[in-house]
Design a protein around this ligand. Structure first.
Ligand code: C2E
Ligand code: MG
Ligand code: MG
Length: 471
């Protein structure tokens, strides 16, 4: 079997890690620049004007140093928040008290708000929700416009002497231009890396670098009843890449649609292969369906075509949806699900409990199964709240005539407690990590049920299993 271990460098060079490194670099450069500049201003103002004036730029010194420190410790976002908050305050106070527009000299300190807003925009991408990011960056730009277009300020007698402001203005303009150039350069590198990654992903779909691994799903007696198909990307240079990393990019770029079609087609081909072995003919395969995929007008037709093409029993194909599908156009979704259900395909609600399900939606959807998210299973034994949630989901499933599967079961204790609460289906490392099809066939046909329930396979089965999913 082909070795699928990801190299440590492949994870270190992942798109997310590179983006984080760029944010850290931006923060280190701007942190030093802030600390040095504000220190210069603090000392200069103290000497020339007095300590009260020196207090205005001073917070930039510890904020800049803190930003550098947090960036070097791997927490660029905390450092970024401290630095942006401190810098905005320093710039605004300076503009309002010390650098007010006069007949001889317009103010210049507000120029720093442009690279600051650009850095904030880049730094918050991926870590802060888009509306919040736009609102915060928009506020900084609005402040820039107000300070640039008006001479609004405190008492004019607080202003620094024009002679000093003329020299300071030149320094400010050069420093703001340099900061803007650095921010632009880092942003460009980020965009290029993203484009290259997307091109790689396109190539992966085209040249067959994607593969499916299967994680066994067992019943209460430990018999393998089916398996979940999980995508793996075997990148020629970066090694194995986790779906947690490339699925979000595939969704953003629209590649998830051809990728999802490939998954359904390959899963059907594998189902046909399983049907040829008497020991595996009963297995079902669950495929994860993205919200973008199911929204495609031809989704139903194409899924049915794949089933027909491989001559498999549609009752052995399960589609896993997440609660994100509830966001809009429920009628279209329900119609598609009903047509497929009538055809024989069943539906499962994945990661249940983490989204925003409404019970009204649950009642309307033709679902066959709820999957308790692994986040609740993980701390079942230590967190009474997680235990209560898992219990509620199991009771809800029973009441609504749906089967309930617990995901992420790693220990016997978790399994026992879930079983005592009425859960009858399990998936998790305790029963097997995601593995190639051949290994699934071997596990199902060779292992006696009791053996593979209570003997967790060696961790080597799937190299991505330890990768955090939704970090
Ligand atoms: P998911 O559908 O909830 O899949 C379960 C994930 O939990 C898998 O991660 C699996 O390896 C991991 N897992 C299973 N048992 C355990 C356990 O006992 N402990 C721990 N810590 N983890 C466990 P994986 O393969 O990295 O997939 C991550 C997610 O990527 C999936 O979550 C799914 O949302 C998405 N995904 C994977 N394949 C596809 C696909 O073909 N299409 C779409 N749209 N999404 C996919
Ligand atoms: Mg799933
Ligand atoms: Mg899940």
């Amino acid at each position: 079997m082909q070795s699928t271990n990801p190299t440590p460098s492949s994870r270190a060079n992942s798109l997310g890690a590179k983006h984080l490194r760029r944010v850290a670099l931006l923060l280190t450069v701007s942190g030093w620049l802030t600390a040095v500049m504000t220190m210069g201003w603090t000392l200069g103002l103290w000497h020339l004007v007095g300590w009260q004036a020196a207090l205005i730029p001073f917070p930039g010194v510890p904020a800049g140093l803190l930003a550098v420190w947090f960036a070097s410790r791997g927490h660029p976002y905390i450092g970024g928040a401290i630095q942006c908050g401190a810098l905005c305050t320093v710039v605004c106070l300076t503009c309002l008290f010390l650098d007010q527009t006069t007949a001889q000299m317009p103010r210049t300190t507000h120029l720093f708000l442009v690279p600051l807003a650009t850095g904030m925009y880049m730094g918050m991408r991926g870590s802060v929700a888009a509306p919040v990011r736009h609102a915060l960056v928009g506020c900084v730009f609005l402040t820039f416009v107000v300070l640039a277009c008006t001479s609004f300020g405190a008492q004019p007698d607080h202003n620094l002497p024009d002679a000093l402001r003329i020299v300071g203005g030149k320094i400010n303009t050069v420093a703001a231009a340099v900061a803007m150039y650095v921010a632009m350069h880092i942003m460009q590198a980020d965009v290029e890396a993203r484009n290259a990654y997307e091109a790689d992903l396109r190539e992966a779909v085209r040249t067959g670098q994607l593969m499916l691994h299967y994680q066994p799903q067992v019943d209460q007696d430990g018999r393998v009843q089916g398996a979940e198909a999980l995508l793996r990307w075997h990148h020629p240079r970066r090694g194995m890449i986790s779906p947690g990393e490339f699925i979000p990019l595939a969704e953003k770029s629209g590649l998830i649609v051809p990728m999802g079609e490939w998954v359904i087609d390959t899963a059907c081909a594998h189902l046909a292969q399983l049907a040829r072995h008497p020991g595996t003919a009963h297995l079902t395969i669950s495929v994860n369906i993205s919200v973008h995929q199911i929204r495609q007008p031809n989704f139903v037709v194409r899924a049915m075509a794949a089933i027909e093409r491989h001559g498999v029993d549609p009752r052995q194909l399960k589609m896993e949806l997440t609660e994100s599908v509830f966001a809009r156009d429920m009628d279209d979704l329900i119609n598609k699900m009903k047509v497929l259900k009538q055809y024989g395909v069943s539906f499962s609600l994945d990661d249940f409990g983490t989204g925003y399900s409404s019970l009204a939606y649950l009642k309307r959807l033709p679902l066959e199964q709820l999957k308790i998210d692994q986040a609740f299973v993980r701390d079942l034994l230590t967190q009474p709240r997680d235990l209560a949630i898992a219990k509620t989901i199991i009771e809800l499933g029973n009441t609504m005539n749906m089967s309930v599967m617990a995901e992420g079961v790693e220990t016997r204790e978790q399994r026992q407690i879930l079983e005592s609460m009425g859960c009858r289906q399990f998936q998790g490392y305790l029963f097997g990590k995601p593995m190639p099809l051949g290994a699934l066939i071997e596990l199902t046909t060779q292992a006696a049920p009791a053996a593979h329930v209570f003997t967790p396979p060696e961790p080597a089965a799937d190299p991505l299993c330890d990768t955090p999913l939704h970090a």
